[in-house]
Write a protein that binds this ligand. Structure first.
Ligand code: ADP
Length: 547
């Protein structure tokens, strides 16, 4: 049965059309006739028609405006335009504006009319399908774009909004399986009162989506309200939800949850719809899976950062507490060594010397830990003009003490500029590199060199040794916190693996970089390069070149 709405103000024409319709073979129809557009629009709101026959010249609307208004009110409805004269142009324009066919009044017979009606309905149907496919394609593309985000909220928001657009008059929900509660938890919904849906009483049910979850396959019912497996049909009755389609959200063979569709009118989901929505569900599942992975990584990173913070706080407090008694040990031992508590023989003195050296090493270590753990300290710099020649003379003098080690120190610098830098940090950097070089060179020599590289406006400091060297695979780790080439309990050399970490932090705070070249059993060379562009003042008489 085809339900026709005829909009025609000329009663004679209306009668002729009705007669033609009665003649047309194969069209079983029911006709409603109105004379004005206003009335037609009202009827369209109230009833469902299969087609509208529309005169283009009405008392309350003329020409194309008529088509546009009908189309705006009922875009799904096929329109056959009726023109009084042979106005081809107007008819063609009407087709462009949304009508499916046109007929010239006075030339209509039963066959022509019947054919036109069937053709218009079919054409509209085909157009709708194309439109629907286009919308689906677009929506899939948009969803795919949105799915690349790793934020679960955004993924779900886009998904639910697009579904609303594609499956009109529906409500959608997403439940995800929570491993800790072992339940399908309500996560997001659209077109359902969220609070009520998520509320405690309802949570107990988890009803139909569970069927989908258990079977890991699509499940549907045309009428939820009479579904015996449903614990709380009242909820659906209250919200006018009738038919149901549930799809499993599966990614990498693992079921993550259930995507549910509810329609407000009884609806049998077609194979095509199920196929399309399943594609959507598969896409959504991948996005959900990715965002969950990302969430896991982020929270384990947060936990690691938190653990690191606690470790650093602990180290900081511990080091601080250790420093006080160590200073007391140093002070008292010095007093005893210097004979302030009575005479000390040579052997005792040597022992006390050892105690003092070891204690001093311990203090250096603890200071290192404190420096690393007091977070902002390494980054702050106090720049001032430094006369590098006197600075290095001074540094060199601290190494001019007799030592039982068979390591010789060579110094190579002259005519260096006055250079704006943080003297304390620079001293710390060089001392650390020199101390390491001495420490890791059982015998041989350590060379300290400094030069101003004029063409690159750089200061370059080099500390080379003929020591044990560093294996290539260990080179990347030596600048990391608490990392040593030999991390074993039985390692030969002392230290806690903080020295180079602090050195690197300081070098970077001064805007420079540090490089290392090393060969096992041959030696290592550390090079620190610092920029000296703006404040590179020259020391009197210096030419900036060192040997
Ligand atoms: P540590 O307190 O252990 O010396 P560092 O951060 O100063 O810590 O150095 C890290 C590691 O790098 C050392 O434990 C050592 O294995 C290696 N290293 C540093 N300097 C040298 C060097 N000149 N020769 C050989 N190995 C070195």
């Amino acid at each position: 049965m085809i339900k026709i709405l005829l909009v025609e103000d000329n009663r004679g024409d209306a009668r002729l059309l009705r007669e033609a319709l009665a003649e047309s073979a194969g069209v079983r129809f029911e006709l409603a006739h109105v004379e004005r557009l206003g009335e037609a629009l009202r009827r369209l709101d109230e009833e469902a028609f299969s087609i509208i026959l529309l005169d283009l010249s009405l008392p309350d609307a003329q020409g194309l405006e008529t088509v546009l208004k009908v189309h705006a009110r009922a875009s799904h409805l096929p329109i056959v335009v009726l023109t009084g004269t042979e106005n081809d142009e107007l008819a063609a324009e009407a087709l462009r504006k949304g009508a499916q066919d046109y007929l010239v009044k006075g030339k209509v017979d039963g066959n022509l009319l019947g054919r036109s009606i069937r053709y218009a309905i079919e054409r509209k149907h085909a157009e709708e399908e194309i439109q629907q496919n286009l919308r689906r394609l677009q929506a899939l593309q948009e969803i795919e774009r949105a799915m690349s985000t790793l934020d679960l909220r955004t993924v779900l928001d886009v998904l639910l909004k697009k579904i609303d657009f594609l499956v009109p008059h529906s409500a959608t929900t997403v439940r995800l399986y929570d491993k800790t509660t072992a339940l399908l938890e309500p996560i997001a919904c659209h077109n359902i009162p969220e609070q009520e849906w998520k509320s405690e009483a309802w949570r107990g049910g988890r009803g139909v989506p569970n069927i989908v979850f258990q079977s890991k396959s699509a499940w549907m019912t045309p009428n939820l309200q009479s579904e015996p497996r449903l614990r709380d049909p009242e909820f659906f009755r209250r919200n006018g939800l009738v038919s149901y389609l549930g799809l499993p959200l599966i990614a990498k063979d693992e079921i993550l949850g259930v995507l549910s569709f509810y329609t407000k009118e009884e609806h049998r989901f077609t194979d095509q719809e199920v196929e399309f929505l399943s594609t959507l569900a598969a896409q959504a599942a991948i996005a959900i899976h990715n965002s969950q992975l990302f969430e896991e990584v982020r929270s384990s990173r947060d936990a690691m950062e938190q653990a690191n913070k606690i470790k650093e706080e602990f180290l900081s407090v511990m080091s601080h507490e250790l420093r006080t008694p160590l200073n007391a040990i140093l002070g008292y031992t010095e007093m005893v060594r210097d004979g302030m508590q009575g005479p000390v023989n040579e052997q005792q003195q040597r022992c006390l010397e050892k105690v003092l050296t070891r204690t001093q090493e311990l203090l250096t270590m603890i200071n290192g830990i404190l420096q690393v753990t007091s977070m902002e300290a390494p980054r702050k710099t106090h720049l001032q003009p430094v006369n590098l020649n006197s600075f290095l003379d001074d540094l060199r003098s601290t190494y001019e003490f007799p030592s039982d080690r068979q390591v010789k120190l060579h110094w190579d610098y002259r005519d260096l500029p006055i250079f704006e830098t943080d003297a304390e940090k620079l001293r710390h950097i060089l001392q650390n590199l020199i101390n390491n070089a001495v420490k890791f060179t059982p015998q041989g020599h350590v060379a300290v060199a400094a030069r101003y590289v004029l063409e690159r406006h750089r200061m370059e400091f080099k500390v080379c040794d003929t020591g044990i060297g560093i294996p290539p695979d260990k080179l990347p780790i030596i600048f990391e916190k608490f990392r040593q080439v030999d991390g074993s309990e039985t390692r030969l050399y002392g230290g806690v693996g903080l020295g180079l970490y602090i050195v690197k932090q300081y070098v970077e705070a001064l805007g420079g970089k540090i490089d290392v070249q090393s060969t096992v059993d041959v030696g290592s060379a550390f090079t620190v390069t610092l920029p000296c562009i703006t404040n590179a003042l020259r020391a009197p008489g210096g030419n900036g070149i060192a040997a």
